[in-house]
Design a protein around this ligand. Structure first.
Ligand code: SAM
Ligand code: SF4
Ligand code: SF4
Length: 371
């Protein structure tokens, strides 16, 4: 049994109020951070709740019936989300990913998607709008999501073996229903679809090849994610991380691969194509190979806290501006000032950090800010 570290304080409460700069910050226009990284990608968490209890994300013993989820009044409304997203877009954001918790649990999510789909980038182009989901409600919702303006989806699936999958989601959810959701998304035209598999050594690493074989030739891009030390509740251990290099080797031995170039700057996945031309896979090496140098992602929590890194221990409270009397221009200036102060590069520093900064310390949970 691994030892579980229970967080002593609720990380969601740790935030600094976002300030409206007095002078000197362009209210709109592209902004760079301390390391010259632009703001391109905004991930919005629309709920902190989930119907799964994946042990690496929302372990059941902590996220139980007594867990203090956010009250509805704390959540940003769709209008508030769209207003703040508009200011991010004015600073160069081109892509919005809705996440959670399980985003499809948020009621009437299609209305938010419609509102976001009406925004235009600085260049006047439609945004790239996508969503990460566990797929459990996708079969029911795919058509409505597409009609609302969602372009594509990423579905999380940690294996094809029903017993393993039911154990990993820890709510006994069958794999067949997620596969139905993926098929519905494909039929609705929500593509190109990506499937994310978190690989935990000793738990589901024997599912790597069956997953690769299953999705090869389907047009679906399977991506393997290294199990990360996010949050403070999942009892992360380095020996449970299977390095991406090993994932690639295991697949390459049976299904030859060739490395492909990055599709976009700041892309998290390293791409590999099947040598026979039947599609590609991706590997996301958040632990063994840092990709902070071009990280252009901002994260907005369900209650309007801006996080500058997945591993941040503190958010910047935008909600008090959104719900106060700040004008759009002031809100935009505040966002620019926060981004300009950003120096986060946790994955690059991980190896050199003292042990007390490692797993189990005070960090925000992934289910709160989204992946
Ligand atoms: N519930 C949705 C889902 O599972 O797709 C969206 C939210 S979930 C937090 C987003 C992504 O984070 C999922 O692909 C999930 O597998 C991944 N994730 C969560 N905890 C992780 C961890 N400890 N290491 C790596 N990936 C993780
Ligand atoms: Fe829920 Fe997604 Fe976290 Fe699993 S990874 S518990 S589906 S939020
Ligand atoms: Fe971006 Fe932080 Fe991840 Fe580095 S560790 S890639 S800065 S989110």
């Amino acid at each position: 049994m691994s030892e579980r570290v229970i967080p002593l304080i609720d990380q969601r409460l740790v935030s600094v109020p976002a300030r409206i700069p007095q002078i000197g910050t362009t209210p709109i226009g592209r902004v760079g951070d301390q390391l010259g990284r632009p703001l391109r990608d905004l991930r919005i968490s629309v709920t902190d709740r989930c119907n799964f209890r994946c042990s690496y994300c929302m372990p059941k013993d902590i996220f139980d019936k007594d867990y203090p989820y956010l009250p509805h009044s704390s959540l940003l409304t769709f209008e508030e989300i769209t207003r703040v997203a508009r200011q991010f877009v004015a600073h160069g954001v081109q892509k919005i990913r809705l996440t959670g918790g399980e985003p499809l649990l948020r009621k009437n999510l299609e209305i938010l998607i419609e509102q976001l789909a009406a925004l235009r980038t600085v260049e006047g182009q439609p945004l790239d709008i996508t969503l990460t989901t566990n797929g459990s409600l996708l079969a029911r919702k795919a058509l409505a999501l597409k009609a609302a303006g969602l372009q594509r989806v990423t579905v999380s699936l940690d294996g094809l073996d029903d017993t393993i999958f039911r154990a990993m989601n820890d709510v006994d959810f069958p794999v067949a229903d997620v596969l139905d959701g993926i098929a519905a998304a494909q039929a609705a035209g929500l593509g190109p679809i990506k499937v994310n598999m978190v690989v935990k050594r000793g738990t589901n690493d024997h599912e790597i090849l069956p997953m690769a074989r299953h999705f090869k030739g389907t047009g679906i891009v399977l991506r393997f994610i290294e199990y990360m030390d996010v949050g403070a509740t999942n009892g992360w251990r380095m020996d449970e991380v299977l390095p991406s290099a090993e994932v690639v080797q295991r697949i390459h031995r049976e299904l030859p691969l060739v490395q492909l170039g990055a599709s976009a700057p700041g892309e998290t996945a390293e791409r590999w194509g099947y040598a026979d031309g039947s599609g590609e896979i991706g590997v996301i090496s958040s632990v063994t190979q840092a990709f902070c140098s071009d990280c252009n992602r901002a994260r907005l929590s369900t209650e309007g806290q801006l996080y500058l890194c997945l591993f941040a221990s503190q958010g910047h409270d935008l909600r008090h501006l959104i719900r106060g009397d700040a004008t759009d221009e002031q809100l935009a200036s505040a966002i620019a000032a926060i981004w300009q102060g950003r120096g986060d590069r946790y994955s690059e520093l991980r190896a050199s950090l003292p042990p007390e900064a490692g797993a189990g310390t005070r960090r925000v949970e992934m289910s709160y800010i989204g992946g």
